[in-house]
Design a protein around this ligand. Structure first.
Ligand code: ZN
Length: 331
C-alpha cells in the first residue's frame, strides 16, 4: 500500500547550508482558523560533510529540559563548527507543549505512543508520520529528550535499550556514555508500542533517550545536564568540533518488570526513600495513607529488588494503577 504524502510542509530548505530557522507547518482546520496550521519550530544547522543528528524535545508537552537545551542550542550552535548536520525540533508536540500537558489538547494524542504515525490520522499521528518518513531517514544519530512530566520524577539519566543487533546496541550505549548524565541506564520500557524509540531503532539508528527530572518543571541542575549532554553527544558523533565536557556517570540496569511498583489503592503518598537512595527487596519505598476516614493503617509499597530509587510518582495524591516507584540496579 502506498501512503499519501505527509501533510507537513517545512518552511525552510532542510538541505540548505548554514543556519535555517523555520517551521514544520501542519494544516489544522478548526473553528478559529478555517485554513489554519500548527507551526512547529525547527532549526537546521548544516556545516561541512559529515553525519546528521536529529535532536527532539517536547514529545510530551510537560517536560522542559529538552526544550530549554534545544532552543538554546538552535540559537547558539555555529554551523561553521560542524562537520555534518544538526536538525533540532525543541517542542515536537507543539500543541501539548503550549498547553503544558503530556498529550495534545487537539486530539489527546500521546506523541510517544503514536509512532510510526499516519498521514491520515489526527494531528499527533501526522506529526509522528512526518518524523518517521521525513526526519528519521535523514539522521544517523537520534536523541529524544524526555523528563518525567507532571506525574513522575526521575534521577537524571540518558538511556539506551537492549537491542537484537549488538553492534547497534553498542553504538547507542557509547552515545549514552558520551552524554555524561549523572546516571546512564540500560532501559526496560513498560509500554514500548508506538514509541519513537522503537521506530528509530528498527530503522537501524543510533538512538538515545533521556529522563532528566520531572514534576512538570525543570531545575537548574537538570537544565545544565541537558545542555551539556546534547553538546557532548554532537562531539561524540563527530559533528561538533569542540572539547567534550565529561562528567562521572553511574550505570544502572532494569533487569525485569520487578523494577516497577504500582499502586493498587488510591490515597495520600508518603515517600519512604528519596530519589537516588538505596532500597532493599521487601523493604518499603512508599506508604499510601487512606484519607476517607481516620483509624486506618497505611498501605506499604515495597521494592521487589535491591537497588536504588530511580523514579517516583510525583504528585502528593496517588490513584489506583499509578506507577509509584521504579527501582534500578547499579552495576
Ligand atoms: Zn516523556
Amino acid at each position: 500500500m502506498t501512503l499519501p504524502p505527509a501533510p507537513v510542509t517545512p518552511t525552510i530548505d532542510l538541505d540548505a547550508p548554514g543556519a535555517s530557522h523555520g517551521f514544520l507547518r501542519l494544516p489544522h482546520s478548526r473553528d478559529d482558523s478555517a485554513w489554519g496550521s500548527v507551526m512547529i519550530p525547527i532549526a537546521v544547522l548544516r556545516g561541512g560533510d559529515g553525519p546528521a543528528a536529529l535532536l527532539l524535545g517536547g514529545s510530551h508537552g510537560d517536560e522542559y529540559e529538552g526544550p530549554i537545551a534545544l532552543f538554546d542550542l538552535a540559537r547558539s550552535l555555529d554551523p561553521r563548527a560542524l562537520a555534518g548536520t544538526v536538525v533540532i525540533v525543541p517542542a515536537l508536540n507543539l500543541p501539548a507543549f503550549r498547553a503544558g500537558t503530556r498529550t495534545s489538547p487537539i486530539d489527546r494524542g500521546n506523541l510517544n505512543r503514536s509512532f510510526p504515525g499516519s498521514p491520515t490520522g489526527g494531528v499527533t499521528q501526522k506529526i509522528a508520520d512526518y518524523v518517521t518518513r521525513a526526519l528519521l531517514p535523514r539522521a544517523d544519530i537520534v536523541l529524544d529528550v524526555h523528563s518525567g512530566g507532571r506525574t513522575l520524577d526521575f534521577v537524571p539519566f540518558a538511556a539506551a535499550h537492549l537491542l537484537p543487533d549488538k553492534a547497534q546496541e553498542a553504538r547507542a550505549t557509547a552515545a549514552v556514555a558520551a552524554f555524561a548524565a549523572p546516571f546512564s541506564m540500560q532501559m526496560l520500557e513498560i509500554d514500548a508500542v508506538g514509541m519513537l524509540d522503537t521506530t528509530a531503532e528498527a530503522m537501524g539508528k543510533c538512538f538515545v533517550t533521556t529522563e532528566l527530572g520531572g514534576g512538570g518543571t525543570a531545575r537548574a541542575e537538570t537544565a545544565a545536564i541537558a545542555r551539556r549532554g546534547v553538546r557532548n553527544l554532537l562531539i561524540h558523533a563527530g559533528i561538533l568540533n569542540a572539547a567534550p565536557d565529561p562528567a562521572p556517570t553511574r550505570w544502572l540496569d532494569m533487569p525485569s518488570g520487578d523494577c516497577f511498583t504500582f499502586a493498587e489503592d488510591a490515597g495520600l503518598l508518603e515517600p519512604v526513600v528519596d530519589l537516588g537512595a538505596p532500597v532493599r527487596a521487601g523493604r518499603p519505598v512508599a506508604r499510601i495513607h487512606r484519607t476517607d476516614r481516620t483509624g486506618l493503617a497505611p498501605i506499604e509499597l515495597t521494592a521487589k529488588l535491591d537497588g536504588l530509587l530511580a523514579a517516583r510518582h510525583f504528585p502528593g495524591l496517588v490513584q489506583q494503577g499509578d506507577c509509584a516507584a521504579v527501582v534500578a540496579v547499579p552495576r
